[in-house]
Design a protein around this ligand. Structure first.
Ligand code: 6PG
Length: 514
């Protein structure tokens, strides 16, 4: 490979970085990787033998071998590492070069970095990437935001490597995999590799908007991911502890659900998980996995941001709290000995309960997407992202962790009403959840009777019920605030703010006996 011929450089050759580079190389792009662990560079060259992929020995060498203006993509752990890499990289760059941060960076860090790099005339994109190792290798969902000029520069590469989706098909068929470059295209310029317009339309990448909106959208993606995973964990608890289903039976349930309306990546992998055995013990692997759920923080950030924007994300909050509670192993062990709870057993025909559970998860998952999209709708106004939520739904239909058949409906809902404040108000989705809410209530009653904790299912239904309540009991909270702190309240019949001396006896009323 001659010098200075690489289309893109990538820093961080972990699982995601290495696979994304190989994906780019498969599409005929000449790509160069660097990792401070040089062994990773060597491994990349071995794995990419015969492809247009190489490894640089340091950042200076990486930069010097890129076509100008340069494009450098970072796939390093979010936080201080990104700043450290930028600190080392930027002195080697020139005005007009482009840096893309594809880690799970906090959107506020991305905003700051955008400003810092703009002062140096360096374009900076914050790009969420979803789909894990397989997605990076064969087609992720990509969520870029920042200066449009930066996006346009790498658009052919991103469109080529992103997941491809056919509209209207079930998820297994929907995802047609990243377009493969014919061998003859390997030495063609990237422009020769552009997908056809119709294929472009179904590529799971799109320019989302200015500022840090790419990382914002990825953060909300993860908040939804946390919510859906917790809902599925609760469904699993009901099936396993409640109905007494073993792993093969649960695998069958999720396989069946995945063939129907619940067609989605998370349901699909859940079925596969229940089939996996542990070579060490011969048990089903899920049974020997510790119940302490780890987290890198993106779900928590979503809830924190939802609180800041005063847009509730109850399902995500419950999911984060349950991961936290899962970490309190000692306390839970003590609690399991000390605290008595429900002692009812499941009293229905298990097979007859399954359709209710399926419908309950269906409704709750739609309500979870609704909360995530409502948050993005509000954030778009607050942060000036001007997000097109139909586009967000479109690029989530393939490649990402929360891809699901229901995203077709979500996409259609926002195409019809781009300013829709809540997906639950879309006539079709409203009908879908309304007809399943009784199942959700029935499942919740069952879980409560059995003493099975279902905070995500319960708070999701509470969100729905609160959203459809024209009057909430929060008037009492206003009265209490005014009582103890003279915080004032508003009346329903007159404008203005009011204060009452709540403890004063009303004239004309007899005083209370002591
Ligand atoms: C994705 C995922 C991914 C995330 C993991 C782990 O879209 O591919 O969201 O980016 O890092 O899901 O996240 P937690 O460690 O926070 O569970």
């Amino acid at each position: 490979m001659a010098l200075n011929l690489f289309d893109l450089g990538l820093v961080g050759l972990g699982v995601m970085g290495r696979n994304l580079l190989l994906n780019m190389a498969d599409h005929g792009f000449a790509v160069l990787g660097y990792d401070k662990d040089l062994a990773k560079g060597k491994a990349l060259e071995q794995e990419g033998a015969g492809k247009n992929v190489a490894a640089a020995s340091d950042l200076a060498a990486l930069v010097s071998r890129l076509k100008s203006p340069r494009a450098v993509l970072l796939l390093v752990p979010a936080g201080k590492v990104v700043d450290a890499v930028l600190g080392e990289l930027v002195p080697h760059l020139s005005r007009g070069d482009l840096v893309i941060d594809s880690g799970n960076s906090h959107f506020k860090d991305t905003e700051r970095r955008l400003k810092e790099l703009a002062e140096k005339d360096i374009l900076f994109l914050g790009m969420g990437i979803s789909g894990g190792e397989a997605g990076a290798r064969h087609g992720p969902s990509l969520m870029p935001g920042g200066p449009r000029a930066g996006y346009e520069r790498v658009r052919p590469i991103l469109e080529a490597v992103a997941a491809k989706v056919e509209s209207g098909a079930r998820s297994a068929e929907r995802e047609v995999g990243a377009l493969r470059a014919p061998p003859s295209a390997l030495h063609s310029p990237p422009s020769a590799l552009h997908s056809s317009p119709s294929a472009l339309h179904s590529s799971c990448v799109a320019y989302l908007g200015p500022g840090a909106c790419g990382h914002y959208v990825k953060m909300v993606h993860n908040g939804i991911e946390y919510g859906l995973m917790q809902l599925l964990a609760e469904v699993y608890d009901l099936l396993h502890r409640g109905l007494g289903f073993d792993c093969p039976k649960m695998a069958k349930v999720f396989e069946q659900w995945g063939q129907g309306e619940l067609d989605s990546f998370l349901v699909e992998i859940t079925a596969k998980i229940f089939r996996k055995t542990d070579p060490k013990t011969g048990s089903f692997l899920v049974d020997v996995i510790s119940d302490v759920a780890r987290q890198k923080g993106t779900g928590k950030w979503t809830s924190q941001e939802a609180f800041d924007l005063q847009v509730p994300f109850l399902t995500g909050d419950a999911a984060v709290s349950m991961r936290d509670l899962s970490g309190q192993e000692e306390a839970r062990r003590a609690g399991s000995r000390a605290l008595l709870g429900a002692h009812k057993t499941f009293s229905y025909e298990p097979e007859a309960f399954l359709p209710h559970l399926e419908a309950a998860y269906h409704a709750a998952s739609v309500m979870t997407y609704a909360q995530g999209f409502a948050l993005m709708q509000a954030a778009s106004k607050k942060h000036g992202y001007d997000l097109d939520l139909a586009t967000v739904a479109r690029i989530w239909r393939g490649g990402c962790i929360i891809r699901a058949a229901v995203l077709e409906d979500i996409c259609r809902a926002f195409e019809a009403q781009p300013a829709l404040v809540n997906l639950m108000l879309d006539p079709k989705l409203a009908q879908e959840i309304t007809k399943r809410q009784r199942d959700l209530r029935f499942v919740l009653r069952t879980a409560i009777d059995l003493g099975i904790p279902v905070p995500a299912l319960a708070s999701t239904l509470a969100y729905f019920d609160a959203y459809r309540a024209a009057r909430l009991p929060t008037n009492l909270i206003q009265a209490q605030r005014d009582f103890f702190g003279a915080h004032m309240y508003e009346r329903i019949d007159e404008p203005g703010t009011y204060h009452t001396e709540w403890d004063e006896m009303q004239p004309g009323l007899p005083s209370l006996p002591n």
